[in-house]
Write a new protein. Sequence first.
Length: 76
Amino acid sequence: MPLVEEIRDHVFAAERIHADDTPVKVLAKGMCRTGRLWTYVRDYRPFAGTVAAAAFFYSPDRGGVHPEAHLATYAV
């Protein structure tokens, strides 16, 4: 987890980040459910930067509470 936390800290330290959520099939007892993979990307390459990074989070649904929690400490 220390490496995961370091990457997430690096991504959320950016001046701007890009976000996306993608539906993913998740096996559940006797059925398949749809969860969400939330991706936040720091990419400064178009602006002469060299460090790109992505942080991933999983949630069992698309509720707004999930990105609110992910972005709670993010400030520009």
